[in-house]
Design a binder for this molecule. Sequence first.
Ligand code: SF4
Ligand SMILES: [Zn+2]
Length: 342
Amino acid sequence: MTDHPPALRILSLGAGVQSTTLLMLAADGTLPALDAAVFADTGWEPAAVYEHLDRLEAEVARPAGIPIYRVSSGRIQDDVLDPDKQRSLPAHTRDPETGEDGMLNRRCTQTYKLTPILRQARLLLGAQTSDPTPCRYCDGSGTRVAPWRAKRDDHTPGPCSVCGATGTLARVGQPPAGVWAEQWIGFSTDEIGRVSDRGDTRYSRSRHPLLELNMSRTQCDAYLKHRGWTSVEKSACIGCPFHGNAEWRRMRDADPESWADAVAFDKAYRTGPGLRHERFLHISRKPLDQAPIDRVRPSEWQQDTVFDAAYDHELAEQGDPDGCSPWACRSGQPVTADDTAA
Ligand code: SF4
Ligand SMILES: [Zn+2]
């Protein structure tokens, strides 16, 4: 793969502080020119992130000749509530009978971010999309009884989630041999522990230009402010269960629309067909509008018998400070690239 120079330089644009910095450094010539930036849209970012992205495109990317591709695998907040789709958020869980706590698997980053980003990279590198063939999961009808429904003896037919009810499947193949892209990822020096080559494939290889420039998140912030971009929001789904209390409070106080959305979603997501445990967005496993997001001093938390000694106060307050990256996992488990997924 590395015998040839990269055919393309592509930025993984999350639209937070670090990837915005990379786009601007490429646009102002500090870094080499970018051929494209790819934003994976879960459909559930706060309005401020979409506004920021629009402004970035109009004022930075377009004038510099860098196309921004907005790619999507669907609207996460709708998909995880759809009984005909088997999607989930990494919610905090509690079994009401045993009181046992847990957390759901985190596959959303791969499904909604990594997979569509890599698919777009293959297309940009010249991969072909196959002719549509009948979907074998629904025999081309677009409708089926989902296997997880059938397991519960529920034989209600619904739209086939594999082909999106179209009855056909078309896959994006592999780019020509030896053709590969340099994939720019916005990890800063304070995130060095998140760096890995797990997202690398035959046609895509990670590069971390902020590390090469020895830039921390604080320095990225300063650079953006210097360029007149004073308030770049952290990019993450409105209802991400990895938010800490600081973020929940900010949302409640500064973005009531998103807060109302998260509270309503939290209620709707509590239970589902065939589920024994209950699902919560907040780590306390209380409904979001009743969760103790204002109580930040450990001494106060410790007096609350709801929480046991193992409760991680720092995690509850800060959540994961690094944001949701398709190139590293917020929950500590690496995500893997599915480079064959269409
Ligand atoms: S922000 Fe949270 S919910 Fe959204 S894709 Fe990332 S981990 Fe999943
Ligand atoms: Zn189908």
